[in-house]
Design a protein around this ligand. Structure first.
Ligand code: OOG
Ligand code: NI
Length: 465
């Protein structure tokens, strides 16, 4: 077997993402409805605002938009997390970022598995927000042991998936036939099971401690709990959802509506109540569980540390002046306060660039190319931009936001979950469970920006930029 015969991990990821979407459409029909709404809205936006389509054409995002989605899973043990990491590596996905959800009363910490290079992201931007249950945060020792014992007995991967992962690690790749089989086998880990592994009474105990604990512990595997398409106008989606019979959560998480979107805005619809059979009951006993929900997101510019600090400060100030957590009752006031606070964040790509608030991608223009051998021409980046030799667009944010993720968790778990765990970040323990460190997303954006500057310099025949 030579490297030429291996299917690229990017292509395996694209296949897996398509297969996952297909599976989820069958499992959760509302997801299909949501996809239609998002696709209609995206077409409308591109027709009505050709400058948005133009920007997406520069960055190539226009080609990835239709297949853009992220999923989320919650695993129960360190071994499960480590093996999930190896499974995603077969698809070219690396753990990026560390998210501590404990301040929001959710006993998990998380990372996002995704491709890290812009060329790979262009082929498939599929990402999975992956959370690890933190049994150490459960204060009831008996329940902790019950959960530990149940989790120790389950195997969330098929034997064939495990052997294909080993084969990939040993040989350095998978051929076409093996890659297809891998996709099919890997999918099993993410399926929904309508039979629980615990009795109705055990489920009740786990559930009473925390709904999320029941969701992780009581089932055969880490069912994918949502799959999120990317829209170009989340406000239109929020307004359009009820007409399609989909009730949205009260507020859109993240920054307010802007001309130049930043980071990530997300909304979701409440979890579905689904029938399950507990191990001591049959399917007609009326058992149920709520786990799976729908989510939609709009992505904008990746922010530099300076931009991110400004974002965090404005978001904190908004929450402070609201005097509580945004919910149904204060939703309108929250969105007003948010818009007010964010007036302090420049809504113009040029200003955001000059003030060092966001990361960018740079492209040589036709004019720049025509002048590449001219004796007299500007050579600094700013001058080349002013002269129209270089065009820039914001680098899209590929990651998640902890406050938003907490809001999504909470709306899906019911607004009644409180902050009972305090702040308990423990990145070291997470990385130890994972068996490797998570990558720094800011470093990845900076590298991507650097590469685009280098490519520009080469194309324009300049020593450097
Ligand atoms: C994950 C919630 C977070 C996001 O997009 O921020 C999330 C979960 O509920 O498992 O998906
Ligand atoms: Ni999500």
């Amino acid at each position: 077997m030579t490297a030429q015969d291996f299917v690229s991990p990017d292509s395996i990821r694209a296949q897996f993402s398509a297969a996952m979407s297909q599976m989820y459409k069958q499992e959760v029909p509302l997801y299909g409805t949501l996809l239609e709404l998002v696709s209609e809205t995206n077409h409308q936006v591109m027709q009505q605002l050709p400058e948005i389509a133009e920007a997406l054409r520069w960055t190539g995002e226009i080609e990835r938009l239709d297949q853009e989605r992220h999923g989320a899973i919650r695993v129960g043990t360190a071994e499960e997390l480590a093996t999930i990491g190896r499974l995603f590596a077969v698809m070219g996905m690396q753990p990026v970022g560390y998210y501590d959800l404990s301040p929001a009363g959710v006993p998990v910490h998380s990372t996002a598995f995704r491709a890290v290079h812009e060329q790979s992201l262009h082929i498939s931007p599929f990402r999975v927000f992956t959370s690890l249950l933190r049994l150490e945060l459960i204060d009831n020792p008996q329940l902790r042991e019950l959960a530990r014992g149940i989790l120790a007995k389950r195997q969330i991967f098929t034997p064939r998936a495990l052997s294909l992962i080993e084969q990939f690690e040993r040989d350095g790749g998978l051929n076409d036939v093996d890659a297809r089989e891998f996709v099919e086998q890997a999918l099993h880990t993410f399926r929904w099971h309508n039979t629980a592994t615990v009795t109705a009474e055990q489920y009740r105990q786990l559930h009473d401690q925390h709904r999320l604990i029941a969701d992780v512990v009581a089932f055969k595997g880490p069912h994918i709990n949502h799959l999120t398409p990317r829209t170009l106008d989340i406000d239109a989606i929020q307004v359009g959802m009820p007409a399609k019979g989909i009730p949205p959560k009260a507020v859109i998480e993240g920054p307010p509506r802007r001309r130049c979107p930043i980071l990530l805005r997300q909304t979701s619809f409440k979890a579905l109540q689904e029938q399950v059979a507990f191990s001591d009951q049959d399917a007609t006993a009326g058992g149920s569980h709520t786990a799976r929900f729908g989510e939609i997101e709009q992505r904008g510019a990746a922010l530099t540390p300076k931009g991110r600090a400004l974002y965090d400060r404005l978001l904190d100030a908004t929450r402070e002046s609201l005097g509580g957590v945004p919910a149904e009752a204060n939703a309108e006031r929250y969105m007003c306060l948010l818009a007010e606070q964010f007036q302090a964040f420049p809504d113009d790509l040029g200003q955001m660039r000059q003030q060092g608030l966001a990361y960018f991608r740079y492209f040589p223009t036709e004019k720049g190319m025509a002048a590449r051998d001219a004796a007299q021409r500007p050579s600094s980046l700013d001058a080349l931009i002013d002269a129209g030799h270089i065009h820039f667009e914001a680098l899209v944010y590929e990651d998640f936001l902890p406050v938003s993720a907490a809001g999504i968790f909470q709306s899906n778990l019911g607004d009644d979950s409180h902050s009972q765990y305090g702040s308990n970040a423990n990145r070291e323990a997470f990385e130890q469970a994972l068996g490797k460190s998570v990558q720094d997303e800011l470093a990845l954006y900076a590298q991507s920006e650097r590469r685009s500057l280098q490519a520009c310099a080469e194309a324009l025949n300049l020593a450097s930029l």
